[in-house]
Design a protein around this ligand. Sequence first.
Ligand SMILES: [Zn+2]
Length: 142
Amino acid sequence: MGITYDGPYADLIDSYGHEGYAARKLPGGQLTSIWNYQNREFLGYVAKCECGWTGSTLHPPTEEGREAAHDEWDHEHLQPLINEAKRAWHRWADRAGGDLKDVANLVRDQQFGHAASLLSRLIEQLETRQRVVTELAEGRDR
Ligand SMILES: [Zn+2]
């Protein structure tokens, strides 16, 4: 089975869309996550992600190779996603600030339904961000 990140940034990086696994590279060149009798002979492991990302290294067809493929997915794909989310706080704050001004304008223009749905979206974002900082405050970062 694959690996899913469940740290503080999980919601922000859509971690369920980024399940990593070690795919087997078959002699024909295809990559497969399915083990069956035909696939027992394989060249090695390649890091893969649910989103389509594929590692560049062919790791040996051993348990160590499988672990190395998982590590490659972690270092080369997952960590950059988390680092990007860590750097994106100010960009998000600017966007959310702009959305709040839009809410004020919508209320001024009596577009209450539209203002309410924009506020709902912002509250959802704030709750997500609150979960992230709460987990960070609890030292759950890795
Ligand atoms: Zn991915």
